[in-house]
Design a protein around this ligand. Structure first.
Ligand SMILES: C[S@@+](CC[C@H](N)C(=O)[O-])C[C@H]1O[C@@H](n2cnc3c(N)ncnc32)[C@H](O)[C@@H]1O
Length: 220
């Protein structure tokens, strides 16, 4: 069983894009923009449904592709944050055309500051911005996530990271290479950080670019 075959199988049996999502995916292909993709998108959609999400918060929304999956899953409100104003404008246009903009908040600026303006609770949080600052995002969001709520982070297995170095680090207790990228260090730090948090149960799901899922559990 090789990974490529598994990925082809997952894609062939996975969720389909809506018309607007297809347009968004085409834009990503043409411009090399790293959207979360339909397989991870289907996970986000399911999380919105399973938590009966009233509010979802995203760190790094791009032009609204990941948000579109949360909205498809019935989220009452999705807070999109984006440092690039043009991308946020595109998100407004796409989600408006999808008929979902009335359930979206569009926040321009640094997500790590925007999150302070929201009290929560957040039923689901997506972390998909600057890899070295993932752990900080988790810390800012964690108190606002109730029991049963989920924090999802992208790029555990693919993206601006070195998967071989991460595997050697976690599976073989090897140090990260001295020249490891900020992205690789950021993801290693994130996974260690959330796994050490006793209030959350965490694991990596190899779907899309690899998701780390952390659910808040009852105090034990
Ligand atoms: C991987 S893309 C997000 C893709 C999006 N989640 C999706 O799947 O459709 C990462 C985005 O995070 C944005 N970003 C980076 N640092 C940020 C920050 N501190 N606050 C808000 N957005 C940020 C980037 O401009 C970029 O658009």
């Amino acid at each position: 069983m090789d990974l490529e075959t598994v990925e082809r199988y997952i894609r062939a049996t996975g969720a389909s894009h809506s018309e607007i999502q297809s347009e968004m995916a085409d834009y990503a292909d043409e411009n090399g923009f790293p959207i979360i993709g339909p397989d991870a998108g289907a996970v986000l959609r399911m999380l919105a449904r399973l938590t009966d999400a009233e509010r979802v918060f995203e760190f790094g929304s791009g032009y609204g592709y990941s948000a579109s999956w949360f909205l498809d899953g019935g989220a009452d409100e999705v807070v999109l944050t984006e440092i690039d104003e043009d991308e946020l404008d595109m998100a407004r246009t796409f989600l408006d055309r999808a008929g979902d903009a009335d359930r979206a908040q569009f926040e321009h600026g640094d997500a790590l500051e925007t999150v302070d303006a929201y009290d929560g609770p957040f039923d689901v949080v997506l972390i998909d911005h600057d890899k070295p600052r993932y752990a900080k995002g988790f810390d800012k969001a964690r108190e606002k996530v109730p029991e049963g709520g989920v924090i999802v982070a992208d790029n555990m297995t693919r993206g601006p990271i070195d998967l071989d170095a991460l595997t050697a680090y976690f599976a073989d207790d090897e140090p990260l290479p001295e020249d490891a990228s900020d992205g690789t260090e950021g993801i290693a730090n994130y996974v260690e950080h959330v796994r050490a948090d006793p209030a959350f149960e965490s694991f990596v799901l190899p779907v899309g670019s690899g998701l780390c899922l952390s659910t808040r559990v009852a105090e034990r």
